[in-house]
Design a protein around this ligand. Structure first.
Ligand code: G3P
Ligand code: CA
Length: 407
């Protein structure tokens, strides 16, 4: 439910009801050609507009009556770059404010407002393929082999989960510990910590207990398939060297609070490395865009302060974070430090995508893989549904070769 406080609305509601046909006078878009298209049918358009809402100093979004959610109208909305008033406004400002002041009381459905707010930038942007841990259905995750295959399969971005070694090197690895994806137990059989897991003492080989030189001795491929036995754990620098100029980088700060307790500043390490590589700058963006993701809002808040360039930050959201972040209030808060959200795919519906887009937050669900297609007939069909029916901007997938470039 959109609350009054969610929109910057005029407080004066004593003005008389507006003539709804005047609403079309408020509409203006970036392109005069498109504006004319709107003006050709001002009456038809005005029939559908019942609730204008101001959302900022210079922009408006429009809430529509349920019956107004017609395809034709939505497609008209899509043709707009933005809905703006200001220099384009053709009626006196005081009339505009009157209109807003009288209509705000009837707002009930944020989905209707956000539906209208689906603007061209999100709709027409190229859908992005993010290779999740590389092409990790076909090669061991986070190895050069997996990243290389992702590039061959046309990934727009290659993801790197980041961990930190004892000697403060960023490496690409999903887990905090080494034993799932390397042969660390064989090479360093005594270098574990014993921890209670579910009441059982369990041995864990933490990456942060090993130097990079030690980790480089490990076989990071045989667990997946013996033909990958020469695969090694890549550093973030090696991932950058491999990917740059061919695709974008999509690093994730993994467990930054854990590393913080160990005395490491993960965000600073990431930013320093990107800076050393001259990434995240305006000029590098075209050939090697960078997006940083994290489940930790604190990590992203910190990054947004550290990063002076325009590296997009994406807040990952799992089921436990649903009530915290996937609400009007949560999304509005996320917008303060992030440019996008990355929810688990099961948490998404069309309304949520539209709400996020209305706040100019990109939406990038995870994770799409052959072994988890739910009710869909194929992985391609599942990704198509999310990309073209729900309207998400990008997906994380283990299977880059199955990404549906078109509907
Ligand atoms: O980063 C997107 C997705 O990878 C989040 O889950 O656990 O695979 O890092 P995880
Ligand atoms: Ca990840």
């Amino acid at each position: 439910m959109l609350r009054q406080s969610d929109a910057l609305v005029p407080q004066n509601r004593t003005e008389p009801d507006p003539d709804p046909t005047n609403c079309s006078l408020l509409l203006a878009c970036e392109s005069s050609r498109k504006r004319k298209a709107w003006w050709r049918e001002p009456q038809a358009l005005a029939q559908h507009i019942s609730q204008p809402v101001i959302t900022g100093d210079s922009s408006i979004s429009l809430g529509l009556a349920p019956q107004a959610l017609r395809l034709r109208l939505l497609s008209q909305a899509k043709s707009l770059n933005n809905l703006r008033v200001g220099t384009d406004m053709t009626i006196p400002r005081r009339h505009f404010l009157q209109l807003l002041g009288t209509s705000i009381t009837t707002i009930t459905t944020p989905a209707l407002i956000t539906a209208f707010n689906e603007s061209k930038p999100n709709k027409e942007k190229k859908k992005l393929l993010i290779a999740h841990r590389g092409a990790s259905s076909y090669a061991p995750e986070h190895t050069v082999e997996s990243y290389q295959l992702a590039l061959t399969q046309g990934a727009d971005f290659v993801e790197q989960d980041l961990q930190i070694t004892r000697d403060a090197q960023l490496i690409c690895m999903h887990d905090l510990t080494l034993e799932r994806t390397t042969n660390v137990k064989d090479v360093f059989p005594t270098r574990y910590r014993e921890e209670p897991v579910g009441g059982t003492a369990t041995r864990r080989w933490y990456a942060a207990d090993f130097t990079l030189q030690e980790i480089k001795q490990l076989d990071a491929g045989s667990w997946f398939n013996s033909r990958f036995k020469s695969a090694r754990v890549p550093t973030f620098q090696e991932a950058i060297d491999l990917v740059r100029g061919k695709a974008g980088l999509y690093p994730e700060t993994k467990a930054p609070e854990v590393y913080g307790r160990l005395g490491f500043d993960m965000e600073q390490l990431v930013v320093n490395l990107l800076k050393r590589n001259r990434l995240g700058t305006g000029s590098s963006e075209k050939h090697t865009p960078v997006i940083i993701q994290s489940f930790s809002a604190e990590s992203l808040r910190k990054l947004s302060g550290l990063i002076k360039t325009r590296i997009p930050l994406v807040l990952l959201i799992e089921a436990e974070g649903r009530t915290r972040w996937l609400t009007t209030e949560g999304l509005t808060e996320a917008k303060q430090f992030a440019s996008g959200i990355g929810p688990a795919k099961a948490l998404l519906d069309k309304n949520l995508v539209m709400q996020a887009h209305a706040l100019s937050l990109s939406v990038t669900p995870w994770t799409f893989r052959l072994t988890d297609i739910g009710r869909f007939k194929s992985l391609r069909e599942e990704m198509s549904y999310y990309l073209y029916e729900l309207g998400v901007d990008a997906v994380f997938t283990d299977n880059p070769d199955l990404f549906p470039r078109t509907k």
